[in-house]
Design a protein around this ligand. Structure first.
Ligand code: R5P
Length: 299
């Protein structure tokens, strides 16, 4: 079975880095948009094993073209389709929080899981989900973490405290703290709207004069990290670096974060963003030990 990476044009950067790291060919998926908004992808150079790279930020724009491309790959002869989606959306709605709402996690899982043979993703939101395989129609799900690579990018961290902005960020804060040999804490967060959060710092005097690395899996509106920066400024922190695995925020939010005191913002390239400093290609490539350099499965 030979393998090839397939990617839409807007993923050419990270997909190209992955193809290079795996020493596989990269085949472009062309995307035509009809005047009424419908999409028509065209795949090419289909191998037996199609590895589709698609990060799923802005999911409502990307899902339908992805599903159509997967169908096209099957029709063109792919016998195995692996989806590499460094950012998997809709996992934060991992329960029905209020009457009348959907269970979005299971909707996205069924939609994609039925069509693919396996999934690789990075730092998915697993707060109430212990195993993603049942969510994705029983298909194998490989879960990787960008945090060790982000620790390297953040560099040595003497006299640093790692801080997660809420209890849900504890796994990332713990992993980063352990990689840096630093202590970690989390803030207590209550959210009352998309951009309305409240945060309490557990022990403000501890942060006076200290370097802090504030880490979260996702930054979207920026409300969480902006308030965390304010709390740290009130506590007298000497320097705050932001580490975000999935950078979903816009340029205005980036400006606000820097104006609020962030010394720098480091993100992985799971979502294309000006703050990307950590390429995930080596991590993703290392997760495929069964493929030989020419793309064939090892015997
Ligand atoms: C929440 O569960 C996530 O870990 C992030 O804290 C959250 O998505 C950040 O969102 P925002 O940037 O809109 O505050």
């Amino acid at each position: 079975m030979t393998a090839r990476i397939h990617a839409f044009d807007d993923d050419a950067g990270p997909a190209g880095r992955l193809a290079e790291a795996m020493r596989l060919g990269l085949a472009r998926i062309d995307l035509h948009r009809f005047p009424d908004g419908e999409s028509l992808p065209t795949v090419r150079d289909t191998a037996d094993h199609a590895i589709v790279y698609r990060s799923l930020d802005r999911p409502d724009d990307k899902l339908m073209p992805l599903l159509l491309a997967v169908d096209a790959l099957r029709r063109a002869g792919a016998r195995r389709i692996s989806l590499v989606a460094p950012y998997m959306p809709y996992l934060r709605q991992d329960t029905v929080f209020a009457p009348g709402q959907p269970l979005s996690r299971d909707v996205i899982g069924a939609l994609l899981g039925e069509q693919i043979d396996d999934l690789t993703t990075v730092d998915p939101h697993l707060h109430r989900t212990h195993d993603l395989s049942p969510v994705f129609a029983g298909k194998p799900v490989r879960v990787l973490s960008a945090v060790p690579a982000m620790a390297k990018a953040l560099g040595p961290a003497p006299d640093t405290i790692v801080l997660g902005p809420d209890s849900e960020s504890a796994p990332w804060a713990r992993t980063l703290a352990s990689a840096l040999g630093a202590p970690f804490q989390t803030l207590a967060k209550t959210r009352s709207g998309d951009r309305l959060v409240d945060l309490a710092l557990p022990d403000p005097p501890l942060f006076a004069g200290r370097r802090v690395i504030l880490i979260d899996d996702i930054c979207s509106s920026g409300a969480t990290l902006l308030l965390a920066l304010r709390r740290l400024a009130e506590a007298g922190a000497a320097r705050v670096d932001l580490a975000v695995v999935h950078a979903l925020f816009d340029a205005i939010t980036e400006t606000r974060l820097l104006a609020a005191g962030a010394a720098r913002i480091v993100s992985s390239d799971s979502c294309r963003h000006p703050t990307n400093q950590v390429a995930l290609a080596p991590l993703l490539a290392a997760a495929w030990p069964s493929l030989t350099p020419d793309g064939a499965d090892r015997p």
